[in-house]
Write a protein that binds this ligand. Structure first.
Ligand code: HEC
Length: 111
């Protein structure tokens, strides 16, 4: 009986681990960007993301001059850009922040 409980516990644990890792894999930077409603103010022409705003700030080449670390701080209002803080705070988890900011860093070329 003890053995069965042990085996069952191991199975449950294994299931949990697989589900969380596949969920994390699915969350690519672009999806996080879209879920976080960044496109309310930004387009990313190079990645096929359009904005409803008339003159969105396009982020297609934002990674050409800035790094993931900087994005992470800027999106938490810890650093300024041209003397101003970012108008919105990214409220995702630390893991999502890493995935999102690494993706922003890959944006280096206009379409
Ligand atoms: C309420 C509008 C708004 C929302 C929502 C918003 N932003 Fe911004 N964002 C701005 C403005 C305004 C700037 C400053 C634009 C500028 O000076 O080029 C900016 C600047 C940026 C920059 C720096 C651009 C550069 O030229 O260096 C990045 C990166 C950025 N936003 C990412 C994001 C991400 C990621 C999200 C979603 C989590 C987001 N923004 C949501 C308005 C917004």
């Amino acid at each position: 009986m003890k053995l069965m409980i042990g085996a069952l516990a191991a199975l449950v644990l294994a299931l949990c681990v697989t589900t969380t890792s596949t969920a994390a894999e699915k969350k690519d930077g672009k999806a996080i960007f879209e879920n976080a409603k960044c496109a309310m103010c930004h387009s990313v022409d190079a990645a096929g993301i359009t904005s409803k705003k008339a003159k969105p700030a396009d982020l297609s080449i934002v990674g050409a001059t800035k790094k993931a670390d900087w994005f992470a701080k800027y999106l938490k209002k810890e650093v300024d850009l041209n003397g101003k803080k970012h108008p919105a705070v990214f409220k995702g988890t630390d893991e999502e922040t890493v995935v999102l900011t690494k993706w922003l860093e890959t944006l280096k070329k206009a379409k």
